[in-house]
Design a protein around this ligand. Structure first.
Ligand SMILES: [Zn+2]
Length: 214
Protein backbone atom coordinates (compact mmCIF):
# COMPACT_ATOMS: atom_id res chain seq x y z
CA UNK A 1 0.00 0.00 0.00
CA UNK A 2 1.58 3.22 -1.12
CA UNK A 3 0.75 6.61 0.23
CA UNK A 4 2.15 8.77 -2.52
CA UNK A 5 -0.42 11.14 -4.05
CA UNK A 6 -2.18 9.66 -7.08
CA UNK A 7 -0.98 12.37 -9.46
CA UNK A 8 2.64 11.44 -8.65
CA UNK A 9 2.02 7.75 -9.26
CA UNK A 10 0.22 8.53 -12.52
CA UNK A 11 3.07 10.75 -13.61
CA UNK A 12 5.60 8.08 -12.72
CA UNK A 13 3.65 5.51 -14.72
CA UNK A 14 3.75 7.81 -17.74
CA UNK A 15 7.47 8.41 -17.22
CA UNK A 16 8.25 4.68 -17.14
CA UNK A 17 6.24 3.89 -20.27
CA UNK A 18 7.36 7.09 -22.00
CA UNK A 19 10.65 8.82 -21.37
CA UNK A 20 12.38 6.04 -19.45
CA UNK A 21 11.55 3.63 -22.28
CA UNK A 22 12.47 5.88 -25.20
CA UNK A 23 15.65 7.10 -23.49
CA UNK A 24 16.58 3.81 -21.84
CA UNK A 25 19.98 3.68 -23.53
CA UNK A 26 20.82 7.10 -22.18
CA UNK A 27 19.77 6.14 -18.66
CA UNK A 28 21.87 2.98 -18.86
CA UNK A 29 24.91 4.92 -20.05
CA UNK A 30 24.43 7.52 -17.31
CA UNK A 31 24.11 4.79 -14.69
CA UNK A 32 27.25 3.02 -15.95
CA UNK A 33 29.47 6.02 -16.58
CA UNK A 34 28.09 8.58 -14.14
CA UNK A 35 26.91 12.08 -14.86
CA UNK A 36 28.95 14.74 -16.65
CA UNK A 37 26.66 17.74 -17.14
CA UNK A 38 28.49 20.79 -18.49
CA UNK A 39 26.07 23.31 -17.01
CA UNK A 40 25.11 24.27 -13.48
CA UNK A 41 21.83 26.16 -13.16
CA UNK A 42 20.88 27.97 -9.98
CA UNK A 43 17.14 28.62 -10.09
CA UNK A 44 14.20 29.36 -7.81
CA UNK A 45 12.07 26.69 -6.14
CA UNK A 46 9.02 28.11 -7.92
CA UNK A 47 7.03 25.27 -9.51
CA UNK A 48 6.45 27.35 -12.64
CA UNK A 49 10.11 27.91 -13.50
CA UNK A 50 11.72 24.47 -13.75
CA UNK A 51 15.03 24.71 -15.67
CA UNK A 52 14.75 21.21 -17.16
CA UNK A 53 11.42 22.18 -18.69
CA UNK A 54 12.45 25.63 -19.91
CA UNK A 55 15.67 24.37 -21.52
CA UNK A 56 14.09 21.11 -22.71
CA UNK A 57 16.87 19.15 -21.04
CA UNK A 58 17.13 15.38 -20.82
CA UNK A 59 18.63 13.27 -18.03
CA UNK A 60 22.25 14.05 -17.23
CA UNK A 61 22.28 17.41 -19.02
CA UNK A 62 21.79 19.96 -16.25
CA UNK A 63 23.08 20.05 -12.68
CA UNK A 64 20.40 22.10 -10.93
CA UNK A 65 20.32 23.83 -7.57
CA UNK A 66 17.06 25.41 -6.56
CA UNK A 67 16.39 27.61 -3.58
CA UNK A 68 14.06 30.48 -2.74
CA UNK A 69 14.74 33.31 -5.22
CA UNK A 70 17.88 31.69 -6.70
CA UNK A 71 20.31 33.20 -4.22
CA UNK A 72 23.96 32.28 -3.77
CA UNK A 73 25.10 33.27 -0.30
CA UNK A 74 28.65 34.67 -0.51
CA UNK A 75 31.65 32.46 0.22
CA UNK A 76 31.65 31.94 4.01
CA UNK A 77 33.94 29.11 5.17
CA UNK A 78 32.67 29.21 8.76
CA UNK A 79 31.82 25.57 9.41
CA UNK A 80 28.06 26.10 9.07
CA UNK A 81 25.77 24.07 6.82
CA UNK A 82 25.84 25.73 3.40
CA UNK A 83 23.70 23.73 0.96
CA UNK A 84 24.06 26.00 -2.05
CA UNK A 85 27.82 26.30 -1.53
CA UNK A 86 28.11 22.50 -1.30
CA UNK A 87 26.31 22.03 -4.62
CA UNK A 88 28.43 24.75 -6.21
CA UNK A 89 31.62 23.18 -4.89
CA UNK A 90 30.66 19.78 -6.32
CA UNK A 91 29.61 21.18 -9.71
CA UNK A 92 32.79 23.21 -10.14
CA UNK A 93 35.42 20.96 -8.57
CA UNK A 94 34.13 17.47 -9.42
CA UNK A 95 31.84 17.84 -12.44
CA UNK A 96 33.98 20.68 -13.79
CA UNK A 97 31.00 22.44 -15.35
CA UNK A 98 31.90 25.01 -17.98
CA UNK A 99 28.88 27.26 -17.54
CA UNK A 100 26.95 28.49 -14.53
CA UNK A 101 23.57 30.10 -15.14
CA UNK A 102 21.72 32.02 -12.43
CA UNK A 103 18.10 32.08 -13.56
CA UNK A 104 15.53 34.31 -11.92
CA UNK A 105 11.90 34.61 -12.94
CA UNK A 106 8.91 36.91 -12.97
CA UNK A 107 6.35 37.02 -10.13
CA UNK A 108 8.93 35.54 -7.73
CA UNK A 109 7.42 35.19 -4.26
CA UNK A 110 10.83 35.43 -2.59
CA UNK A 111 11.58 38.72 -4.32
CA UNK A 112 8.10 39.95 -3.38
CA UNK A 113 8.89 39.14 0.25
CA UNK A 114 12.17 41.07 0.02
CA UNK A 115 10.23 44.13 -1.17
CA UNK A 116 7.87 43.80 1.78
CA UNK A 117 10.16 43.04 4.74
CA UNK A 118 7.66 44.29 7.31
CA UNK A 119 5.30 41.39 6.57
CA UNK A 120 4.63 39.00 9.43
CA UNK A 121 7.05 36.03 9.55
CA UNK A 122 5.51 32.80 8.25
CA UNK A 123 6.83 30.90 11.26
CA UNK A 124 8.84 31.66 14.40
CA UNK A 125 12.02 30.82 12.50
CA UNK A 126 11.29 33.48 9.84
CA UNK A 127 13.50 31.55 7.44
CA UNK A 128 12.31 33.37 4.33
CA UNK A 129 12.71 36.76 6.00
CA UNK A 130 16.24 35.90 7.06
CA UNK A 131 17.12 34.39 3.67
CA UNK A 132 15.75 37.35 1.71
CA UNK A 133 17.46 39.86 4.01
CA UNK A 134 20.54 39.16 1.89
CA UNK A 135 18.87 41.42 -0.67
CA UNK A 136 17.84 44.09 1.86
CA UNK A 137 20.00 47.01 0.63
CA UNK A 138 18.86 46.64 -2.99
CA UNK A 139 15.27 45.95 -1.94
CA UNK A 140 15.14 49.10 0.22
CA UNK A 141 16.50 51.26 -2.58
CA UNK A 142 13.98 49.90 -5.08
CA UNK A 143 11.00 49.83 -2.69
CA UNK A 144 11.46 53.56 -2.14
CA UNK A 145 11.46 54.40 -5.85
CA UNK A 146 8.16 56.18 -6.45
CA UNK A 147 8.71 56.38 -10.21
CA UNK A 148 8.22 52.65 -10.61
CA UNK A 149 4.96 50.72 -10.41
CA UNK A 150 4.79 47.76 -8.04
CA UNK A 151 5.22 45.35 -10.97
CA UNK A 152 8.24 47.31 -12.21
CA UNK A 153 9.82 47.28 -8.75
CA UNK A 154 9.34 43.53 -8.63
CA UNK A 155 10.95 42.93 -12.05
CA UNK A 156 13.75 45.37 -11.28
CA UNK A 157 14.72 43.59 -8.07
CA UNK A 158 14.40 40.17 -9.73
CA UNK A 159 16.94 41.27 -12.33
CA UNK A 160 19.27 43.28 -10.10
CA UNK A 161 19.41 40.33 -7.73
CA UNK A 162 20.80 38.20 -10.57
CA UNK A 163 23.69 40.65 -10.91
CA UNK A 164 24.34 40.36 -7.19
CA UNK A 165 24.26 36.57 -7.34
CA UNK A 166 26.88 36.56 -10.09
CA UNK A 167 29.05 38.80 -7.90
CA UNK A 168 28.51 36.40 -4.99
CA UNK A 169 29.56 33.47 -7.18
CA UNK A 170 32.87 35.26 -7.78
CA UNK A 171 33.54 35.40 -4.02
CA UNK A 172 34.24 31.65 -4.25
CA UNK A 173 37.96 31.29 -5.00
CA UNK A 174 37.44 28.27 -7.26
CA UNK A 175 34.89 30.15 -9.38
CA UNK A 176 37.00 33.29 -9.61
CA UNK A 177 40.18 31.42 -10.57
CA UNK A 178 38.53 29.22 -13.19
CA UNK A 179 36.68 32.15 -14.73
CA UNK A 180 39.92 34.11 -14.99
CA UNK A 181 41.53 31.12 -16.70
CA UNK A 182 38.68 31.04 -19.21
CA UNK A 183 37.50 27.61 -18.08
CA UNK A 184 34.23 28.75 -16.52
CA UNK A 185 31.61 31.18 -17.81
CA UNK A 186 28.94 32.86 -15.66
CA UNK A 187 25.57 33.88 -17.06
CA UNK A 188 22.42 35.58 -15.81
CA UNK A 189 18.94 34.87 -17.15
CA UNK A 190 15.36 35.81 -16.28
CA UNK A 191 12.26 33.90 -17.30
CA UNK A 192 8.82 35.44 -17.72
CA UNK A 193 6.23 32.89 -16.65
CA UNK A 194 3.28 34.49 -18.42
CA UNK A 195 4.87 34.93 -21.88
CA UNK A 196 7.60 32.29 -21.77
CA UNK A 197 10.14 34.97 -22.68
CA UNK A 198 13.74 34.34 -21.65
CA UNK A 199 15.90 37.40 -21.07
CA UNK A 200 19.68 37.04 -20.84
CA UNK A 201 22.04 39.36 -18.99
CA UNK A 202 24.71 41.17 -20.96
CA UNK A 203 27.88 40.37 -19.00
CA UNK A 204 29.35 43.85 -19.47
CA UNK A 205 26.39 46.20 -18.99
CA UNK A 206 24.29 43.99 -16.72
CA UNK A 207 21.28 44.82 -18.91
CA UNK A 208 18.83 42.13 -19.90
CA UNK A 209 17.97 41.43 -23.51
CA UNK A 210 16.18 38.74 -25.45
CA UNK A 211 18.52 36.36 -27.24
CA UNK A 212 18.24 35.74 -30.95
CA UNK A 213 16.88 32.24 -31.49
CA UNK A 214 17.79 31.94 -35.19
ZN1 LIG B 1 10.94 32.61 -7.27
Amino acid sequence: MTHLPAHLLNGYRNFMSGRFTTESKRYQTLAREGQSPSTLIIACCDSRAAPETIFDAGPGELFVVRNVANIIPPYTPDGSHHGTSAALEFAVQVLKVQDIVVMGHGRCGGIGAALNPSAQPLSPGDFIGKWMSMLAPAAEAIAGNGLLTQAERQTTLERISIRYQLANLRTFPCVKILEEKGRLRLHGAWFDISTGELWVMDPKSGDFERPSLD
